[in-house]
Design a protein around this ligand. Structure first.
Ligand SMILES: *Cc1c(COP(=O)(O)O)cnc(C)c1O
Length: 370
């Protein structure tokens, strides 16, 4: 008999459900005896274009230096980001993906005596990082699947230390408009840190969605997090960043691992930032693919939650789990979101036109079958 180590873990950790990622292509290929090239994965909001050639070249150029530790301060990348965003370099924190930033801010500021507020149907990492530090998670009911910022502000107590907001939100695709965000920020006491998670901001093409950078000067308790995993097409290399007042960045810098962003990631992100054409093409592809998915769903009599991201939460009007399973057998991986309190929805990432069509055709077949 081995020791029950889980009972030794801290209470918050014992109650944690681990993050469930999108099913990897190789795993499905193994399980169903399919060929990897016949599988379509639209499950993790990745950019379907593959990495930009400029990024691949930058990674190749960094290979000869792999025996050296990376620049632990990420000087060149921070410099480029600061210039691009119009902020000071000491306001930037680099992360091993933006998940790293979400965890760093929680570890630096939140303890078991605190409460952390987020929305129902919001990104699954928020409850995970909250419980990991033993804090109390306060999940606020959503409004039309999106964040109810009025209710979230009303949920603030003396114990609240952190609030997570995703704009646009994953998995719903819902967004917060400028006036709502401004009214909310004005109500939050300065001792409460607001994390505005803008993982999908590069996909936003309408001006109804606010840009977090516009509020940093006015709100020192604001931290905006962004990532190279989505529109920049670099999910595998793990790099993201936070922008905040220098004092918050200083706290994050104290708790992070000394070399939390590796050398290939630093080189890749720097090159990605300079490849404006890739981003423009990514947006164009996303716009067309979103239209294709919406048209396809409408043709099948299905509704969806309007989205400003690169994914769509489709309402199947019935339990989605069996449909998800049937789609797997068709070689199509999407994302079930029952663990987000959305048992009738499937979240589908916008892919290449032929991938979107594969999904729509497979969905039609499996929905008809039963
Ligand atoms: C994908 C995603 C992230 C970022 O993940 P990283 O790959 O760690 O940068 C952060 N927030 C939301 C809401 C996401 O959907």
């Amino acid at each position: 008999m081995s020791c029950d180590f889980l009972s030794l873990a801290r209470p918050g950790v014992q109650k944690l459900s681990p993050y469930v990622p999108g099913k990897p292509v190789e795993e499905l290929a193994r399980e169903f005896g399919l060929q990897a090239q016949d599988i379509v994965k639209l499950a993790s909001n990745e950019n379907p274009m593959g990495p930009s050639p400029a990024v691949k070249a930058a990674i190749a150029a960094a290979l000869p230096e792999l025996t050296r530790y990376p620049d632990g301060n990420g000087f060149a990348l921070k410099q480029a980001l600061a210039e691009r965003l119009g902020v000071a370099t000491d306001s930037i924190t680099l992360g091993n993906g933006s998940n790293d930033i979400l965890e760093l801010v929680t570890r630096a500021f939140v303890g078991p005596e605190h409460e952390v507020i987020f929305s129902d149907h919001a990104f699954a990492v928020y409850p995970i990082v909250t419980q990991a530090v033993g804090a109390k998670a306060v999940s606020v009911p959503a409004k039309n699947w999106g964040h109810d910022l009025v209710a979230m502000a009303a949920a603030i107590t003396e114990s609240t230390r952190l609030i997570f907001i995703a704009n646009p939100n994953n998995p719903t695709g819902t967004w917060i408009e400028r006036a709502e965000l401004e009214a909310f920020l004005a109500k939050v006491p300065e001792r409460v840190i607001v994390v505005l998670d803008e993982a999908y901001t590069e996909y936003v093409e309408t001006d109804d969605v606010p840009n977090g950078m516009d509020y940093l000067a006015q709100y020192p308790n604001l931290l905006v997090s962004r990532t190279f995993s989505k529109a920049y097409g670099l999910a595998a290399i793990r790099v993201g960043y936070g922008v905040s007042c220098a004092a918050i960045a200083d706290a994050l810098n104290r708790v992070r691992q000394p070399f939390n962003v590796n050398a290939l990631a630093l080189a890749a992100a720097l090159a990605a930032l300079q490849d404006e054409a890739y981003l423009i093409e990514s947006r164009r592809l996303n716009r067309a693919g979103m239209q294709q998915l919406e048209d396809g769903c409408a043709a099948q009599g299905l509704s969806w939650i309007p989205s400003r991201g690169n994914f769509l939460a489709i309402d199947l009007g019935r339990e989605a789990a069996p449909i998800f399973q049937a789609l797997l057998r068709e070689g199509v991986i999407v994302r079930p979101v029952a663990n987000y309190g959305m048992p009738n929805h499937l979240r589908v990432t916008v892919g290449l036109p032929e991938e979107n069509q594969r999904f729509l055709d497979a969905l039609k077949r499996v929905m008809l079958r039963g």
